[in-house]
Design a protein around this ligand. Structure first.
Ligand code: FPP
Length: 236
């Protein structure tokens, strides 16, 4: 399936908003967490497919700074899924040379979640294959506030500040900005995701709920991306 992709024009970095777990579960008369568990399976599938296609970086939006507003049951369930993912999947990810990088404000997470995330990052730190950013308690505005605070703390003056300074103080420092954003679940909005990094990202939306998202559709979207004319503000 990767054969239809132009290997010389792959998106280096793909960001994904995995939306629709709750509605997928509701349609089946099941609790929302049933949908999130199914969503974790899709995440695993898409990570593997990304490695297979030769994508360098994938960023998955797992939990936003606004998701704390959900019921305690759902928040706890999502955190348990995160811990399970970091524990159970790290072995296979490590074997496949995947480097896990958890982005977001980890301070508000419970000790258990934070420690499992740090352990997964440490285990895979030297890997040179796909970089898998998992956004957990992540908010684009929160990230920018942190960057500005860091810069002020370092004594950078208003005259000195450049775009590079900001980029270098985000959770994604050193990584290229996403080339492609995919959002499943039918909504066409950014929901506070990578606000700085997405200045010139190509957006693609699908009505498919995340648990039903298939590798074939993913590759089709990458194929469509390859037909886009990226101008970055220039005329040609
Ligand atoms: C959005 O669907 C999805 C989330 C807020 C959670 C995404 C999490 C996973 C796919 C599990 C994997 C997580 C980790 C850490 C490995 P929604 O609940 O907003 O769906 P709805 O819009 O249909 O209600």
């Amino acid at each position: 399936m990767t054969s239809q992709l132009d290997k010389d024009n792959l998106p280096e970095h793909i960001a994904i908003i995995m939306d629709g777990n709750g509605r997928w579960a509701k349609a089946k008369n099941r609790p929302r967490l049933f949908g999130h568990n199914a969503g974790m399976k899709t995440l695993k599938k898409i990570v593997r497919a990304s490695s297979d296609a030769g994508i360098k970086i994938v960023t998955m939006y797992a939990f936003s700074t606004e998701n704390w507003k959900r019921s305690q049951d759902e928040v706890d369930g999502l955190m348990n899924i995160a811990v399970e993912y970091f524990h159970k999947e790290v072995g296979e990810l490590h074997e496949n040379n995947v480097k896990i990088n958890v982005i977001g404000n980890l301070e508000r997470l419970s000790k258990k979640v934070r420690e499992s995330a740090v352990k997964a990052m440490n285990t895979t730190a030297a890997n040179t294959g796909l970089i898998l950013n998992i956004a957990l308690n992540y908010g684009g505005r929160d990230e920018l506030i942190h960057a500005v605070k860091d810069l002020i703390g370092q004594g950078i003056t208003a005259e000195e500040i450049t775009e590079q300074h900001i980029s270098d103080h985000l959770y994604t420092k050193g990584q290229p900005d996403p080339d492609l954003l995919i959002r499943t679940g039918g909504e066409s909005r950014l929901s506070n995701f990578m606000l700085w990094q997405m200045a010139y990202t190509e957006f693609m939306f699908t009505d498919i709920f995340w648990p039903d998202f298939e590798v074939a559709v993913y590759y089709e979207m990458i194929h469509d991306y390859q037909k886009r004319n990226r101008r970055y503000g220039s005329a040609e």
